[in-house]
Design a protein around this ligand. Structure first.
Ligand code: 4AD
Ligand code: MG
Length: 468
């Protein structure tokens, strides 16, 4: 009955002062229930729409007070009709005086999310329920906001969102860390005369894999539409059990024709700053929570980064800094090595104490598609390093010269036949162009202060683990 005159609101909206005086209908999950001695119960209700709960006052005069209200446990789902009033309590603008409460689903005391602090490790084992916790609700709302900001950032600059394939025959990074996609029966595969598995009889008539990057296909669009970006899942069969690697992660890859390395750096720095300022502006409750629970320097660090310029440093200069640092690294630093996370973190955390864009890396440690510099020894690569995470962005200006590109493919042992379409971009109207990849989960780690990448993606896939 009352439902027809009650306005259906989210908890987020019912918490705002302008809801005062309205009769509302709320639906959500009970976080806690506390009974006062004077014939009242206080229910903390959350529906995921905001970090904070709304307090519902349930009086003994409700006809189901004894049968329903007094049995509401953490985790029960309910429907509440009531009047929004100004709250006398601190830290909340409103509360709801219930005129009706109805139970959708009970949650017995075996419900794993009881009112206490659970470890992130434990929550990982119940990833299907952890979105109901403060931490994961906040992580998901941050993921949502950052996704939105990324789209806005590129759309405002005339970049088109394009969709690159997930199944591919090419290995963009040339690292051989690909998951095979096949419908061949592993117990009885077709074989060729040499006794090898005959992939010409496989679903696509050749070996195929899940993509490690949409870049190569992205480049084809940049050489037609000018400025594009992708934002999609990416797969890497790297057997690294670290707090920064996933086998399935999301990557944002802009690619722009007529962009040189400098333009690429500007674009990357602007994107990160936009993300940081947007989470502070649009997710204040979530950010206050992360700042309190996970890293008390978080908001200060983000504000500082927004206001200052990133350091730009060549690989060669970085090697010099590392060699004269007096620091004893596990991996010895020599010109030509692939920098390890300890080196990257030293530069950004200790030496400069801010984000660093490293560029002009040795050609031998970077993929075939990066533009070779005039010195012949380095390529126009750029990695953006941030404190605590290390590499958050990897990108480059791309090789435009067909002959050099082919030499680089040979150097890296790539099957050129698979890349003739990519070579065509250099055969027909070749242009300078650049792009980069931002690891979405790494940026979420950075803005939340959460140490393990498994805790910033809903269902982490890592070596030996593919639950849910
Ligand atoms: O440096 P990467 O390998 O660069 C590329 O894939 C280029 N094709 C991008 C481009 O130029 N269009 O990866 C880019 C970023 C890394 O800096 C890191 O943030 C993230 O992707 N990343 C991972 N994130 C989580 N788990 C992994 N296993 C990751 N590998 C890379
Ligand atoms: Mg990289």
């Amino acid at each position: 009955m009352t439902e027809s005159i009650a306005e259906r609101l989210s908890v987020a909206d019912a918490r705002k002062a302008d809801a005062i005086g309205k009769t509302v209908l709320l639906k959500g999950w009970v976080r806690t229930r506390r009974d006062s001695k004077v014939g009242f119960s206080f229910i903390e209700l959350n529906d995921g729409s905001s970090f904070g709960n709304i307090q519902v006052l349930a009086s003994k005069s409700l006809n189901n007070y004894d049968s329903v209200v007094k049995n509401l446990n953490t985790g029960c789902s309910i429907r509440v009709v009531g009047l929004v009033k100004e709250s006398p309590g601190a830290g909340q603008a409103t509360e709801v005086e219930a005129t009706e409460i109805e139970l959708y689903g009970a949650a017995p005391s075996s419900y794993p999310l009881q009112k206490k602090r659970h470890s992130l490790e434990f929550l990982r084992t119940i990833a299907h329920l952890r979105s109901r916790t403060n931490t994961f609700g906040a992580v998901e709302r941050i993921r949502n906001r950052v996704s939105f900001s990324i789209h806005q950032y590129f759309q405002e600059r005339g970049f088109f969102y394009v969709h690159t394939p997930l199944i591919t025959a090419s290995d963009c990074e040339g690292a051989g860390q690909m998951f095979r996609v096949s419908t061949i029966d592993p117990s009885n595969p077709p074989r060729n005369e040499q006794g090898e598995i005959d992939y010409s009889q496989d679903f696509f008539g050749k070996p195929t894999y899940l993509t490690v990057s949409g870049q190569l296909e992205g480049e084809t669009f940049a050489c037609g539409l000018g400025k594009i970006y992708t934002f999609g899942p990416t797969f890497r069969a790297e057997n690294s059990n670290t707090t920064r690697h996933l086998a399935e992660f999301w990557m944002i890859e802009p690619e722009a024709a007529f962009y040189e390395l400098e333009d690429n750096m500007e674009l990357a720095e602007g994107l990160l700053k936009r993300i940081f300022s947007d989470v502070l502006e649009f997710c204040p409750e979530e950010m206050a929570f992360f700042n309190k629970q996970f890293d008390t320097t978080l908001t200060e660090t983000l504000q500082h980064i927004i206001q200052s310029d990133f350091v730009r440093l060549t690989y060669t200069e970085a090697v010099d800094i590392l060699k004269t640092s007096g620091n004893s690294f596990e991996y010895k630093v020599e010109w030509g090595i692939d920098l390890q996370s300890e080196h990257e973190r030293y530069l950004t955390e200790e030496h400069f104490k801010k984000p660093v864009i490293l560029y002009n890396y040795p050609r031998s440690i970077k993929p075939f598609y990066m533009r070779v510099n005039e010195d012949g020894k380095t390529v126009r690569a750029m990695d953006v390093l941030v404190p605590k995470i290390g590499e958050i962005i990897g990108g480059s200006e791309r090789e435009t010269d067909l002959e050099t590109l082919q030499i680089r493919m040979d150097e890296q042992g790539l099957e050129k036949a698979n890349y003739s379409w990519y070579e065509d971009l250099r055969r027909y109207g070749t242009v300078p162009h650049s792009g980069f990849g931002l690891g979405f989960e790494r940026v979420i780690q950075f803005v939340t202060g959460i140490a393990n990448i498994r805790d910033v993606i809903p269902f982490p896939r890592t070596p030996g683990s593919c639950e849910f």
